[in-house]
Design a protein around this ligand. Structure first.
Ligand code: CA
Ligand code: CA
Length: 97
């Protein structure tokens, strides 16, 4: 579950960076999120639109764009994505139980 998703996110991030000089720490959520976000932000304006999200294939992780766009303004910022990621992968416990 959460480890499987984390592993798939890390693997995806590694795949994206495989052809570059960048190296990321798959155990560092901020590093993983930053690389996924940068890869998804095709025009580099610092926000990912629903279109960029889809084109980057992020829906394959089973998370909709709407779920990540916390304030519903149609743009997913790094902060929103990191917050979403940490909510699901971070050290927080006691979710929904
Ligand atoms: Ca963008
Ligand atoms: Ca937003």
């Amino acid at each position: 579950m959460r480890l499987t998703l984390l592993a798939s996110l890390a693997a995806a991030a590694l795949a994206w960076t495989a052809g570059s000089a960048f190296a990321i720490d798959p155990h560092d959520a901020t590093s993983v999120v930053a690389h996924i976000f940068d890869a998804a932000d095709a025009d580099g304006d610092g926000a990912v639109t629903a279109e960029e999200y889809t084109e980057a294939g992020l829906e394959r992780f089973g998370v909709s764009f709407e779920a990540c766009d916390a304030d519903g303004d149609g743009l997913m910022t790094m902060g929103e994505y990191l917050a979403f990621y940490e909510m699901h992968h971070g050290p927080a416990d006691g979710m929904a139980s």
